[in-house]
Design a protein. Structure first.
Length: 418
């Protein structure tokens, strides 16, 4: 190693230890240029100019490295020459060569990276997952009253276009599914889309809300536009109470405008909603703004209750079908799971499987899931719908204006909860 190389190596180590020492860095850059190591010198000069853009020594060395005549591009005293800025690849730009040197690592300024998505044009959708549902109403166990209401509201008119035209029935509308959590409202919405042969688009609050003013309303409009482009389409508004909360109780002006935008989209004021079937779901319909339930919007409400015995049996069979079972009395389990939601029943089967697996590990031999495992799981898993039913009882007793919750009242009376 020559003495010059040894000096450069020592200065490089010193600069790494003191990166903000500009005189030291400029001395190193000058030695690198003298040694013919122009690229390394330009890299150090670029860092020096980043820290002190007006440093005349760094500017002079950069001009020397780029082969620019001294004084070109600078005014007396080292300031920048008045006038238009240099183009990104102009030789007068002291960082241009530095950018070329590091082009494999850092993309040049003003140039689109190959990883950036191209802007959406035409009818292409942005990031919304418009899917084709394969679920049918036959896959939904029980819930005959709910299926009948859905047939009347959506499926019958779609299957009978001549009768639909005769009676003037529009292929637009909205329906709100409400009931305890975990009782299959989302599954029902997918089943409606599958039964209709329509596309399915699910919308939740995370798809809409944005921190920047106006973006939430734009997101909501684009979601409805995606549904209109893919008509016939079932647009599912999950947790609609979050987007359409009672405006009298909303203190945020941004959430109030989101609610107004939702009303405008449901009215089709900014687009034709023909062929767009809006299904909404909520656990707390009493928190939904009354304006959303006006005719032409979500004007029909369907109560989705905890599964009846037939539905509970179908759900249990579904969650046990691929597990090793023996000696299970499904009738006994069905009778013991009143008020269990579909999610509770799935958790019950999972818990029973955990007990059997843990016992198999302890004994060192695999055994089947038996009735004892389900009995033990029943002692541990409790129905999650009872707190909701307690709240619903108060609503049915004291807030049933206009008979909105008559079906809920009838159910609670049948269960002798009212």
């Amino acid at each position: 190693m020559t003495s010059a190389d040894s000096l450069i190596a020592s200065l490089t180590a010193a600069v790494d230890a003191r990166p903000d020492d500009l005189p030291l860095r400029l001395h190193l850059a000058g030695l690198l240029l003298d040694a013919g190591r122009t690229g390394e010198g330009i890299a150090h000069l670029g860092q020096a100019l980043t820290r002190d853009p007006g440093n005349t020594g760094a500017q002079a060395l950069m001009q020397r490295a780029l082969g620019t005549p001294p004084g070109a591009g600078t005014a007396p005293g080292g300031g920048a020459t008045p006038g238009p800025a240099a183009a990104p690849d102009s030789p007068g730009d002291p960082l241009a060569a530095y950018e070329r040197e590091l082009a494999d690592v850092v993309p040049p300024r003003f140039v689109r990276s190959g990883d950036e998505p191209e802007p959406v044009t035409g009818d292409a959708d942005r990031v919304y997952d418009v899917e084709a549902s394969t679920v049918r109403l036959a896959d939904v166990g029980g819930m005959e009253a709910v299926k009948e209401r859905l047939e009347l509201a959506f499926l019958g008119p779609l299957r009978n276009p001549e009768l639909r035209r005769m009676y003037g029935k529009s292929l637009r509308g909205g329906l709100m599914l409400y009931g305890p959590p975990g009782c299959g409202k989302t599954f029902l919405a997918r089943a409606v889309a599958g039964e209709m042969g329509a596309k399915f688009l699910s919308l939740s609050i995370v798809d809409v809300l944005d921190m920047w003013m106006g973006n939430s309303e734009r997101n909501l409009h684009e979601l409805f536009q995606a549904a209109r482009r893919n008509a016939p389409c079932v647009l599912f508004l999950d947790e609609v109470d979050a987007l359409g909360h009672k405006r009298s109780k909303v203190t945020s002006s941004s959430m109030r405008t989101v609610g107004n935008q939702l009303l405008a989209e449901l009215d089709g004021m900014e687009g034709d909603n023909e062929g767009v079937f809006v299904l909404a779901a909520t656990n707390t319909p009493w928190d939904v703004d009354p304006a959303l339930r006006r005719p032409g919007r979500l004007d029909r409400m369907v109560l989705v209750l905890p599964p009846d015995p037939e539905a509970r049996r179908a759900i249990l069979e579904y969650h046990l079908r691929d597990r090793p079972i023996a000696g299970i009395d499904l009738r006994k389990v069905v009778a013991a799971t009143e008020d269990f939601s579909g999610a509770d029943l799935a958790h019950l089967c999972e818990t029973a499987a955990e007990f059997a697996m843990a016992d198999s590990v302890r004994r060192g031999e695999v055994r089947m899931i038996g009735q004892g495992d389900l009995d033990r799981a029943l002692r541990e898993v409790r129905p999650s719908t009872r707190p909701w039913l307690a709240t619903a009882r108060n609503v049915a007793m004291f807030a049933n204006e206009g008979g909105v919750y008559d079906d809920l009242v009838a159910y609670l009376k049948r269960r002798r909860l009212l």
